[in-house]
Design a protein around this ligand. Structure first.
Ligand code: G6P
Length: 629
């Protein structure tokens, strides 16, 4: 949540920081600001309410010219979006500027103390106490890094902080405390960048050809990721990493590639549409090197748990938030069905506040595209302390989730920018299929013959998704009919029930239409009272064991004058004659249907949002990466 970029080098900082913020906008986009250390001395601040690009509409004079600065794109927690509350925040003298991601949990106590000491506050944010605490330290004779570390001893809660000060235009200082989301630091040919996420590192790797990996082709960059309590001082000469006590520490840098930092719309109108269309490739990437198609086996080499241990597992618990929670709910069905192990799924934000029973015979699977969602990370920390096996399915190899887990199954879906997840959901479901099959094989639950059949079906999956995406035009036509409704009911059963939840979530997130998802069997216990001509129902009713039950539910809606739009299996003559409109998906085995049924629901939400004039990639009030509770 919130994006920070800091730059020091031989180029003007302003365009680099603004461009970096634009690339991090998915983390928050209600206001933005930049502070630049000017060559003639002094800090120049520019702020805007709304999107980062608003910074460029400032006509108060020429753009700042200095070669060091920092910026922030905000997702408000304390204090509404306004210029006063936008970061960077400054101290009393205006000589120190700070950008911050996280919540200072004890800010009221600190603010009261600082005010008593004479500090004057200009905003309603918790962040401002950070600037004043650093000011206090520097007034006491500390250098900026020392004062930043001293401040870090006083604030409570996970934070990422970047600070600059007027008297030193040659350095920026970053600090990470707890699980505040990533802080990536890189240096290349006289330029240094600190950023909340890799896309902001593009100036160091893309435009100038970047570094070299093992003398090979260019486009690589060594990057340091700050751990809890670590600070970094970045200058034109390089990076110094410090521990909590201010001692210099050696840090292992990781090489990231141009692909890790590149994000563009590839000719599509929105990132979300591009990412929806990328789903066949996302599935191919998720399957790569994890399946022996000839032998009919899932190999999943990253799952380095011996079959004997798999056989001894008594329970699988899947956790996640938002779309990843919906994936977890599907995963629960897959694991019970394909692996024959009791499985349950729960929101990470609920799980972390229970006292869940966990032991070494429990496998916990934490799902998240970012690997940085605060609740998921906190739940994972709780699991680590319990002795249970901890596995993550995530899309960010350098994330906290990937580092916390015993085992990581990476989605490899490429950067997902659209705030509403699409391709990472499909990648999660693909990997959950692999995991369920691998568990089933390891526990002798899955015969070779069945395994071969399922592997053959997995091989067809990218093609089936591509066929489904080919119906985008038909879905767009339906969006024209349905975009004016204010409410929707989404119904499904069994393994597709979480897909109803995911479809409704997509509609809510990007089109702001109220959409309620229900397991169809529960419809009679309440939601049926809502049905009338103004409340259409979207029914997911592919062929399979629960098809007849869904037919009954559709009949019940029709009997009450409700319009029904259904996701059906290609060739379904029975329901297609009963419903008002149908979207067809290819015939596939039940455990792959959730992936196929999701595609038209994503497209439906997308086209409705477009018709309603909504900002598809950056819906109001949301953020891609929720790094606060
Ligand atoms: C936010 C995003 C959702 C996402 C959820 C979980 O709410 O807007 O699209 O599903 O976070 O994110 P994660 O990175 O843990 O999958």
């Amino acid at each position: 949540m919130c994006g920070i970029v800091g730059y020091v080098g031989d180029q003007p900082a302003w365009p680099i920081v603004v461009e970096g913020l634009r690339r991090l906008e998915y983390r928050g986009y209600d206001s933005a600001g930049v502070a630049v250390l000017e060559p003639e001395g002094g800090l120049r601040l520019r702020k805007t309410v709304g999107r980062v690009l608003g910074l460029l509409h400032d006509s108060s004079g020429p753009a700042p010219a200095g070669c060091a600065g920092l910026g922030h794109t905000r997702w408000a927690t304390h204090g509404r979006p306004s210029e006063a509350n936008a970061h960077p925040h400054t101290d009393c003298t205006g000589r120190i500027a700070v950008a911050h991601n996280g919540i200072v949990e004890n800010y009221l106590t600190l603010k009261t103390r600082l005010q008593k000491q004479g500090h004057e506050f200009k905003s309603e944010t918790d962040t401002e106490v950070i600037a004043h605490l650093i000011e206090d330290g520097m007034n006491g004779g500390l250098s900026l890094p020392q004062a930043v570390l001293r401040m870090g001893e006083q604030v409570q809660g996970p934070q990422a902080i970047v600070a600059v000060q007027e008297d030193d235009a040659g350095s920026i200082c970053a600090l990470r405390l707890g699980n505040a989301g990533g802080v990536a630091v890189a240096h290349h040919e006289g330029q240094g960048v600190v950023a909340s996420d890799l896309p902001a590192l593009l100036p160091l790797i893309g435009k100038k050809g970047g570094g070299k990996k093992g003398g090979g082709k260019s486009g690589y960059l060594p990057v340091g990721f700050l751990e809890d309590g670590e600070a970094a001082v970045v200058t034109r000469q390089g990076i110094t990493f410090l521990d909590r006590a201010g001692r210099q520490v050696a840090k292992n840098l990781r090489t990231v590639s141009l692909d890790d930092v590149l994000v563009d719309r590839g000719g599509y109108r929105h990132y979300m549409l591009k990412e929806i269309m990328e789903q066949p490739q996302a599935v191919v990437a998720a399957l790569r090197d994890r399946v022996n198609f000839t032998a009919g086996q899932v190999t999943l080499p990253e799952l380095t748990i011996a079959d004997a241990e798999l056989a001894g597992l008594r329970r699988v618990v899947l956790i996640g938030c938002g779309t990843s929670l919906n994936a977890a709910q599907v995963g629960r069905h897959l694991i019970e069905r394909l692996a024959g192990i009791p499985a349950e799924a729960e929101s990470a934000s609920e799980f972390r506040y229970r006292e869940p029973f966990l032991d070494e015979k429990t496998l916990v699977v934490a799902i998240g595209q970012s690997g940085e969602t605060a609740d998921t990370v906190a739940a994972m920390e709780q699991v680590r302390r319990s002795g249970a096996r901890l596995l993550t399915i995530c899309n960010a190899p350098d994330s906290q989730a990937a580092r916390l887990a015993d085992l990581a199954l990476l989605m490899r879906a490429g950067v997902e920018v659209g705030v509403a997840s699409s391709k990472t959901f499909t990648a999660s479901l693909t990997i959950l299929n692999l995991l369920a099959m691998r568990l089933g094989a390891g526990r002798n639950h899955l015969s070779r013959q069945v395994s071969q059949q399922w592997v053959d079906q997995l091989a067809r999956l990218p093609g089936l998704i591509a066929d489904t995406l080919g119906k985008s035009g038909a879905v767009e036509q339906l969006a024209r009919r349905y975009y004016n409704y204010q409410n929707f009911l989404y119904l499904a059963r069994g393994i597709n029930s979480p897909i109803a939840t995911e479809g409704a979530l997509k509609l809510k997130e990007i089109s702001y239409i109220h959409a309620e998802a229900y397991p169809a069997g529960e419809m009679k216990h309440g939601p049926i009272a809502l049905i009338d001509h103004a409340m259409p129902t979207l029914a997911i009713a592919p062929s399979g064991a629960l098809y007849d039950k869904m037919v009954n539910n559709v009949q019940e809606v029709k009997a009450r004058d409700g319009a029904v739009l259904a996701v059906l299996t290609q060739g379904d003559a029975r329901l297609s004659g009963l419903v008002d409109d149908a979207i067809f998906i290819p015939d596939a085995p039940g455990h792959l249907t959730p992936i196929l049924a999701t595609i038209p629901l994503q497209l439906f939400a997308y086209h409705i949002a477009l018709r309603r004039g909504c900002d598809v990639d950056q819906p109001r009030n949301l953020a891609k990466s929720v790094t606060v509770e």
